[in-house]
Design a protein around this ligand. Sequence first.
Ligand code: AMP
Ligand code: TRP
Length: 332
Amino acid sequence: MNRIFSGVQPTGNLHLGNYLGAIRNWVALQHQYECLFCMVDMHAITVWQEPAQLKANTREVAAGLIAAGIDPKKNILFNQSQVPGHAELAWVFNCVARLGWLNRMTQFKEKAGKHRENASVGLYAYPNLMAADIMLYKATHVPVGEDQKQHLELTRDIAQKFNNDFKTEFFPLVEPLIFGVASRVMSLRDGTKKMSKSDPSDYSRINMTDDADAIAQKVRKAKTDPDPLPERPDGLETRPEAANLVGIYAALSDQAVEPVLARYAGAQFSAFKNDLVDLAVAKLGPINAEMKRLMADPAQIDAVLRDGAQRARALSEPILAQVYDIVGFLRP
Ligand code: AMP
Ligand code: TRP
């Protein structure tokens, strides 16, 4: 049976990268698969989070997913910390994964930066918790952006080592689902850096909460180069900012890059940006309005998450019980 699990950190604003690289694809997948979508609050605290802000952000991300079209009745939508099995399986995986494997994780190196000695142990062990998120439900497919590919390879390594060590076929080897267009949306200020919640400049990203004016300002200020748009994708190869804006346009209008260039070849950025603003406002405006409506009733969001967590617990408990038995933990 195919089962999908994916996660998003409830830290700060959801942005266009999250939407195009992940959430939009989740919306499409919910009709073909059984899906679990998780606000990974336990991953979030691997770096400091203000407690009140973390709660607010968890509700905001949940509202964003629902507003984007995730149906919380059909799918399981919940926050990680409400299901204790994530932490429990992560501990087992801490004992399966090897230090050498984690040492190779590029996200840790990026996030820990120069002060590695000062990073939390949780930040280092983060990929093991992610593997636990997925394997706790024996999920078979994980839709994510390009940046998470390495973590999914680690998840497969952990599952395989567990299976080998305990001479079982218990865990499936998960497949990443990475969608071509906009699997890596870049910063609007620097086309070589990915669009990220943690970028100090708000002009680097379009947030899902941005209104039409904010979207227009950010697109108009987005970094570009002086040349007109090329005719073909290979003309974008050495132009990261142009490639990013064209990629965003293609993704938002559900087409490949080629037809976008066929239409705008030779155009100046000012004209292209005007159309991009209209498109982004048309696509994100309704989501933005629905998000605001949902956020006005936090009790309703909490009820959705409580229901999702209950259903997630029901799926996870028998799987964790089998893992504990396989490992050799004495059970009552
Ligand atoms: P995060 O915000 O890091 O928890 O990421 C949530 C989801 O959004 C993951 O599937 C990421 O791969 C995806 N994602 C985050 N940033 C980007 C980006 N700049 N471009 C494409 N996908 C992204
Ligand atoms: N690490 C992912 C990110 O930063 C979030 C995440 C946590 C996740 N657990 C997951 C994604 C499980 C997919 C599956 O984007």
